[in-house]
Every structure is written in structure tokens, then in C-alpha cells.
Write a protein that binds this ligand. Structure first.
Ligand code: ADP
Length: 483
């Protein structure tokens, strides 16, 4: 079954010389780079090489950033016409495109994801978010969001490490289009593209203080969440931290959107196109090392086709190229951090001890860095931790079903509800299933497709509110329901 490839790809590494990484970074506050006081290292997870020293923002830095954002809001940004704001967003989008190779290389070095993904997915989509929202800036009155839509003021935004630049774009673009100013904190392991984005804001001559970037860990995030000068919080990250944030803002006037975890079901009905489904399953869980909150981490297979699909899937998994993320041939890169690798190991060990059967693709993992081979668990039951908890790694849990209703019941049996996939050649079955599934995004005969025009967000513990599209925009305007 494990056929060997008849040929090997020659290495095709992207050039690291495309980026200049400073030995040390500060924060971007009030249009200027300011030195930080404490620092921590950011590393390349594929090699464990220290790339740079990142500043850990404390109270004084966050205060300064909020003050700069407030000043920019009251003196400049809230007074500017939507048309003028839109011009800045277009300018930022164009500069991101011009500097796309730099962004892609930096993202891959700092995050561990394959250059092919950062180059073809993260960076183009990030620019697309700015282009899309640039078009909204002068049309807010006509968006069906009230006759005089008004910005919240200062938005505090906290993002994770799985799509660092893209999550920044999801947050900053609608905030600015709607007329807010921003204090953004990237995740502690992936600050570099946010700091390059600060340079882009400078290059675009964005008025000082409209975008402020402070780096740091959860303690910096908490300072932003609890800051009295912030009007709106937008967070993407774990459900655990999302709950802390929800509690912290509950007694305040802050508006909040949360995009949290997921445990997406990818349902394959017996009438699905099998080969296409196998490609979709692979894309659903192994894209970005499974570091995707909407990853199709639970495969729900109709029993009659289960053996065939699993065999084809293992064959396909054996051909996934794991290794140097800077190589343009690489399919699966490094796990973003040691902590994340330990979490994946802990949950997969629970899979073994609870009785599921593990199979990992045969591949040589590099000696240094954080790596996990593409893995599939069969014989999984709904009670197993690997069927219930978010693994956030290249690990697929397989469950089976006999009737369509059983598939839906199993898919919905989760505290999450971010996304789901349905594979069937029968349109009526796809429509029926999509109406039964409690998930914010449902893909049919495809998986992990994103577009700035389409709202994204979850049910239940997967979060509050939507990002993207007109729905996402409304979350940055006062008094407009964002559901
Ligand atoms: P993950 O498990 O994906 O790393 P986290 O929720 O821990 O997700 O982190 C997502 C973002 O939230 C990061 O930028 C992190 O620094 C920040 N963060 C962590 N803890 C807190 C907190 N208590 N308050 C605010 N932000 C936090």
C-alpha cells in the first residue's frame, strides 16, 4: 500500500535574503517605532534558530498605544471622509502586494508554515481583505447598517499565531474601514509580520496613531482587554482565553467579538466522489499543519465506503512532503512551538490509551525544530478525547455512520461549531445536511476556502460574532447587530 514515489523533487528553497530581520524590535506607537524595555526571543520553529528579540509590552506601553489611538481617532480618523480612509486602505493593500515575497518569507520563518501556503494563501488573502474593505469605507451609509453608522472609537485586537498576517488583516481592515483606530497585539511566537505591517503603515503615510502595534504575551493581551480607554475588543484564539475575555468585558461597555476553537466534522457520504473527497480531507486537516481553528479534524465516514476511503487516504498521506518550510515543494511544515507540539503529543497519547488505532505517514522528520508526522486515528468513538478536544495539529480522528441522521448527530455532538464539510454528489442531501449542521461555515464538496466577502465565525463555544463580509464590518460599528 505504501507505494514509494518513483521520483524525488530537487530542493527549491525560497531565498531568505529577501528579508532583513533586525536583532531587536520595539513597538509601533503613534506612527513611530519606540524601544521596548523587556525582550523575549522569537524563533524559527523549523530550526529553533533565534530570529530576533521581541519587546514585551507592559502597562506604560499599552497606555501609550491607547492614548495614541484615541488621539488619532478624535483629531484625524473620525473627521476624515470614508473616501479618504478608503484611499489609505487601498494604498496599504497595494504595498502588501508589492512586498508580498518579504511577507511570505518572514511568515514562513517565524511560523513554520510552508512557503507555498504563506505565498499563495496568507499574503494574497491578507491584501484581498484590505482591498475589499477599502471598497466599503465610503459606502457605509448604503450598507443597510443604519443611515448614520458610527465607529466604536478605539479597537483592541488580539490575534493568534496560526495565520499571523491574515488574522491581522481580518481585524485591522474592517476596523479602519468603519472608522476605528486600532491597538493590535500579535501572538508572542509570531510578531514579525505584524512589525513589517507597521512599516507598511508608515510607508502608506497612514496618519500617526491610527494603527498601533504592541508585542507581548498574554499579560499584554490582558492589559488591552482591561484598558478603560478601549471601546471594542476583537479576539481570535483559544476558547479558554475567549472565556476569560468574555468575563472581563461583561461588566463594561466594551463591544466584543470572539473567534475561538473548533472541532470541525468533515462528512463523507457514500455517494461522494471518493478521490476528490480524499484530496478535500487532506486539505481540511493537513493544511497549515492542522493549525486552523476550522480544520476538518473529525472525519465522519459512511460505513459502506470507510475501508476504501481510509486506504486511499493513507496512500495519499504517505506522499505528503514534510520538511523545510522554505522549500517550495513542501506540503507540511513545522509545528509552531514546543508548547503546541507537547499539546499534540499529549492528546494523541490519550488517543492511544483510550483505544483508538494510530497510523502515521512514514516520513523522516528533521532532527531540530518541532515536527509531527501526518497522523490518522481509526476506531475513534465520540467519548474519546481526540474526538472532543481541539488538537490543533496534523491529526485526523475517524468516526463512521450508517444513516445520514447519525452523521449529523455525531457532527453536532461537540461544544464547538465553527465549520463543517459535506461531501456528496446529491444536491438535496448537501442542502439537507447543511441545514442540520450547527456550524458557522459549511463547505460542500470542498474545504478550507476563504474569501473576504464571506462572513466567518462560530456557534456555541466557537465564538461570538462574524468576521468578513458585511456582517464582519457591522461588528466595528456602534449599535449594529453583528450576528
Ligand atoms: P493559542 O492556544 O492559539 O495560543 P491563546 O488564546 O493562548 O491561543 O492566544 C491567542 C492570543 O491571545 C495571543 O496573542 C496571546 O498572547 C493572547 N492571550 C493569551 N492569554 C490572554 C489573556 N488572558 N488575555 C488576553 N489575551 C491573551
Amino acid at each position: 500500500m505504501e507505494e514509494k514515489l518513483s521520483f524525488e523533487y530537487a530542493p527549491a528553497p525560497e531565498s531568505r535574503a529577501l528579508v532583513t530581520i533586525k536583532p531587536k524590535y520595539g513597538h509601533f506607537i503613534g506612527g513611530k517605532f519606540v524601544a521596548g524595555s523587556k525582550h523575549f526571543p522569537t524563533i524559527n520553529p523549523a530550526t529553533e534558530e533565534v530570529l530576533s528579540q521581541i519587546s514585551l509590552a507592559g502597562k506604560a506601553d499599552v497606555d501609550a498605544a491607547v492614548k495614541a489611538a484615541r488621539k488619532a481617532y478624535t483629531t484625524t480618523w473620525s473627521k476624515m471622509s470614508g473616501k479618504e480612509r478608503g484611499k489609505y486602505l487601498f494604498r496599504i493593500a497595494r504595498i502588501m502586494q508589492e512586498r508580498s515575497r518579504e511577507f511570505a518569507v518572514l511568515e514562513t520563518l517565524d511560523n513554520g508554515k510552508p512557503i507555498r501556503e504563506s505565498r499563495d494563501v496568507d499574503v494574497p488573502l491578507a491584501a484581498a481583505h484590505f482591498f475589499y474593505h477599502a471598497g466599503w469605507a465610503d459606502k457605509l451609509e448604503y450598507a443597510g447598517l443604519g443611515t448614520t453608522p458610527k465607529a466604536h472609537g478605539v479597537a483592541g485586537q488580539i490575534i493568534p499565531w496560526n495565520f499571523p498576517l491574515l488574522m491581522l488583516a481580518w481585524k485591522v481592515a474592517p476596523a479602519l474601514a468603519a472608522g476605528n483606530t486600532v491597538v493590535l497585539k500579535p501572538a508572542e511566537t509570531t510578531s514579525l509580520t505584524a512589525l513589517l505591517f507597521a512599516e507598511v503603515c508608515h510607508q502608506a503615510e497612514l496618519p500617526a496613531g491610527v494603527v498601533n502595534i504592541v508585542t507581548g504575551d498574554g499579560s499584554t493581551g490582558a492589559l488591552i482587554v482591561n484598558h478603560p480607554g478601549i471601546d471594542k475588543i476583537a479576539f481570535t484564539g483559544s476558547t479558554e482565553v475567549g472565556k476569560i475575555i468574555a468575563r472581563a468585558v461583561a461588566t463594561t461597555n466594551k463591544s466584543v467579538t470572539l473567534e475561538l476553537g473548533g472541532k470541525a466534522a468533515n462528512i463523507i457520504f457514500e455517494d461522494a466522489a471518493i478521490d476528490e473527497s480524499v484530496e478535500g480531507i487532506v486539505n481540511g486537516i493537513f493544511f497549515n499543519q492542522g493549525h486552523v481553528c476550522c480544520a476538518g479534524s473529525r472525519l465522519i465516514l459512511q460505513e459502506s465506503i470507510a475501508d476504501e476511503v481510509i486506504e486511499k487516504l493513507k496512500n495519499r498521506m504517505a506522499k505528503i512532503r514534510v520538511g523545510d518550510p522554505m522549500d517550495k515543494n513542501t506540503d507540511l511544515g513545522a509545528i509552531n512551538s514546543k508548547e503546541q507540539l507537547l499539546k499534540i503529543r499529549e492528546l494523541t497519547a490519550a488517543g492511544d490509551s483510550e483505544g483508538a488505532e494510530r497510523w502515521s505517514a512514514p516520513c523522516d522528520l528533521p532532527g531540530k525544530g518541532f515536527w509531527f508526522a501526518p497522523t490518522i486515528f481509526t476506531g475513534v468513538t465520540q467519548a474519546h478525547r481526540i474526538a472532543r478536544e481541539e488538537i490543533f495539529g496534523p491529526v485526523l480522528s475517524v468516526l463512521t455512520f450508517r444513516t445520514p441522521q447519525e452523521a449529523i448527530d455525531k457532527a453536532n455532538n461537540t461544544p464547538f461549531g465553527l465549520s463543517a464539510g459535506i461531501w456528496s454528489e446529491k444536491g438535496s442531501k448537501v442542502l439537507w445536511a447543511s441545514q442540520q449542521l450547527r456550524a458557522g461555515v459549511i463547505w460542500a464538496n470542498t474545504f478550507n476556502k476563504f474569501d473576504p466577502t464571506s462572513p466567518f465565525g462560530g456557534y456555541k463555544e466557537s465564538g461570538w460574532g462574524r468576521e468578513g463580509g458585511r456582517h464582519g464590518l457591522s461588528a466595528y460599528l456602534k449599535g449594529v447587530s453583528h450576528e
